[in-house]
Design a protein around this ligand. Structure first.
Ligand code: SF4
Ligand code: SF4
Length: 164
């Protein structure tokens, strides 16, 4: 089968290096006077959505204990299987978490744990600066979850779908 060869002629009349250079300079100068959009992170930070789902927080009671009652709902619904809960019970029969850990590295930040929690104890937070040097560093234990202070995520409200 013969191979067809198509010769493309170079458009000589349009190849002006001077015109291309001037075009480039025009574009550069135009950008010099446009409003800057670069954010000087980390000195400057953009505000994030009220519904941003990031690093978790465990809220506490007035006497500083975790609000979690170790009901087991959040590890049950977690699609990433990244919540570890070992429940305990005191002499009065009150349940509390002996161990409560979230692996923020495996978490997909779906927010199900926050939605399902009957005590409004665990929340995804409006926070993203949680870089670590090791995978182990992403496993937040109860103490660390309770020590977080960033704002928590506002859940999606069907009456206000755009969050306005
Ligand atoms: S946000 Fe989703 S994936 Fe992450 S811990 Fe909660 S339920 Fe699991
Ligand atoms: S759903 Fe809430 S109360 Fe139940 S185990 Fe999870 S954090 Fe604790």
């Amino acid at each position: 089968m013969p191979i067809g060869v198509k010769v493309v002629e170079r458009p000589v009349e349009q190849t002006s290096y001077m015109r291309a250079t001037l075009g480039g300079m025009k574009r550069t100068i135009k950008h010099m006077f446009e409003q800057k959009v670069t954010t000087q992170y980390p000195e400057e930070k953009e505000s994030i959505s009220k519904r941003w789902r990031g690093t978790h927080r465990m809220l506490t009671t007035e006497d500083g204990k975790a609000k979690c009652v170790a009901c087991g709902l959040c590890p049950s619904v977690c699609p990433a299987n990244c919540i570890k809960l070992v429940p305990g019970e005191d002499e009065q029969g009150n349940r509390y978490p002996l161990v409560f850990e979230i692996d923020e590295f495996r978490c997909i930040f779906c927010g199900y744990c926050q939605e399902v929690c009957p005590e409004e104890a665990i929340h995804v937070g409006r926070h993203y600066e949680n870089a670590e040097y090791s995978r182990e560093g992403f496993v937040y234990d109860l103490e660390r979850l309770m020590a977080q202070t960033h704002p928590v995520c506002e859940l999606w409200d069907p009456a206000d779908p755009k969050g306005e």
